[in-house]
Design a protein around this ligand. Structure first.
Ligand code: FAD
Length: 462
């Protein structure tokens, strides 16, 4: 009986550790864009790993599935329950330890990313993960979605930043993998199973994260590139000349135009530029960094790769350059029916992706508007296709456009999702584009750990 289960959970968690009233539940049941709405009979808010383990054990014994939630910033609906018990890690928000001499920090799953960044900075270290949702996204959610952000080029994704991990398994046992080791050759790297698993193999309760020295010098450059191939040439030129490229982002003309149109107090930094490139360089000391950047840009102009290049003169100008990039999503959101993609291809294939995808979109939907921007240095684009201006949104062929985008990425050896994951939104696309052997292995892992499908049963692999 579910009521027995809920009584048992309530007794274990106490008044602060659970809720069933609609006023408390409402903010957990919808996400910020209002795209997914859910329902749950019971919200569990564990404060310790032991409590989390008991919740899972009680639910598993009763055959009650669980959805796990962190900061509720995920973009593919995996954190919104549809009748499952909802476990929020919000109250597990302690930084357990900082070992500066080991360049590591251990945080509970509910700690918000900005708090980890701050704790690292307080110890004169850097935790390099940085993304627009960092004020709300939690360590558990970032691990479970293998988040990327703008510094992947230099530091890798969340998968590269986790040294150790603690998780509650689908039967309530605890995986104690909170080691701070950089080298450990004792078999399968089990913690990696939980990274990017979107909550389908257990609840991440804590992690030991890698820290880095804090860079003392930074240069931010905005340039207009002669096209995607020229931007790719510039990426390698800047890497070779400086060894310090931390971010390499592109923004097509329309992405910038819509920021200027729809976001107050923004201005076009290079009017007329067809394709803008934002480059961030980071180094331990300033010595020679700016000179190397200037020389490389001069050579890029000489070679015809770049038409105009601006190097930020101070922190405020650097913020202005980044602001345009960060407001792109806000810029195109009001523009009617649209489909968003976060595909990746090998970096070498990024120009080929744009060269194939743009005309394919035009063929399917004449007049379709394309916003292409994002992490070209990682081979990852945010590629949004929008209805023609003034067209009927009901006639927008979103599914056909998405299919074509995925087919082009796939044909170039790419992935249908480089960042946001599969969630509940893209399980059909995963089944279509993941190769059958890999999908069968994923199902085998899920079955081995969670044969009764207790954990996030609707997400990732249905
Ligand atoms: C404005 C904005 C910008 C973004 N930019 C980027 C970006 O640049 N790069 C990028 O990679 N992503 C980006 N994202 C998406 C990013 O994946 C999420 O912001 C973040 O990783 C999810 O963290 P969260 O704590 O909000 O998790 P939630 O949204 O709560 O959950 C996300 C998924 O993880 C699972 N989960 C959450 N916590 C746990 C846990 N403790 N144990 C097991 N499973 C758990 C949930 O079940 C769900 O499937 C962006 C999102 C927004 C809103």
């Amino acid at each position: 009986m579910s009521s027995d289960l809920f009584a048992k959970l309530a007794a274990r968690l106490g008044p602060k550790g659970h809720a069933t009233d609609s006023a408390t539940l409402s903010s957990y049941l919808t996400e910020w864009r209002d795209k997914y709405q859910g329902h749950t009979p019971f919200l569990a808010l564990p404060a310790t790993t032991d409590e989390a383990a008991d919740i899972v054990r009680f639910c598993a014994e009763a055959g009650m599935p669980i959805t796990t939630q962190g900061g509720n910033t995920g973009l593919v609906g995996g954190q919104i329950p549809a009748g499952e018990v909802l476990v929020s890690l919000k109250r597990m928000n302690r930084i357990r330890a900082i070992d500066a001499a080991n360049d590591s920090l251990t945080a509970e799953a509910g700690v918000i990313l900005t708090a980890v960044q701050q704790a690292a900075a307080d110890s004169d270290r850097l935790f390099p993960l940085s993304l627009a949702s960092e004020g709300s996204a939690t360590i558990g959610g970032l691990i479970s979605t293998n988040a990327g952000g703008v510094h992947v080029l230099r530091y890798g994704m969340m998968r590269d930043l986790v040294l150790g991990l603690e998780a509650v398994l689908p039967d309530g046992r605890v995986f104690h993998g909170l080691k701070g080791l950089r080298k450990d050759n004792t078999g399968y790297d089990l913690k990696q199973l939980f990274i990017g698993a979107e909550g389908t193999l257990g609840i991440v309760t804590a992690a030991t994260l890698k820290l880095f020295p804090r860079p003392r010098a930074r240069e931010v450059i905005l340039a207009s590139a002669a096209g995607a191939s020229a931007a790719l040439a510039l990426l390698h030129r800047m890497k070779g000349a400086t060894g310090a490229v931390a971010a390499f982002e592109i923004m097509n003309r329309l992405s910038v135009d819509l920021v200027i149109k729809n976001v107050p107090n923004t201005r076009d930094p290079i009017p007329g530029a067809g394709l803008m490139v934002l480059v961030e360089l980071e180094a331990m000391h300033a010595h020679g960094l700016r000179e190397a950047a200037e020389d490389a840009l001069a050579a890029a102009i000489e070679a015809g790769e770049v038409q105009t290049a601006l190097i930020a003169e101070n922190a405020s100008q650097a913020r202005d350059f980044w602001r345009v990039r960060e407001e792109i999503s806000a810029g195109h959101r009001p523009e009617g029916a649209q489909v968003n993609h976060d595909v990746s291809v090998p970096v070498s294939q990024t120009p080929a992706f744009l060269a194939r995808a743009n005309p394919a979109m035009e063929q399917i939907c004449p007049g379709a508007r394309i916003v292409a921007f994002g992490h070209m240095g990682d081979g990852n684009f945010h590629y949004t296709v929008m209805q023609p201006e003034g067209a009927d949104p009901a006639r927008f062929p979103g599914e056909r456009l998405s299919l074509a985008v995925y087919e082009i990425a796939d044909a170039l050896g790419g992935s249908i999702s480089a960042e946001h994951g599969i969630g509940v939104a893209r399980t059909g696309d995963l089944a279509r584009f993941k190769d059958p052997d890999s999908l069968a292995l994923m199902r085998a892992v899920k079955h081995a750990l969670d044969p009764d499908r207790i954990m996030n049963p609707r997400a990732l692999i249905p």
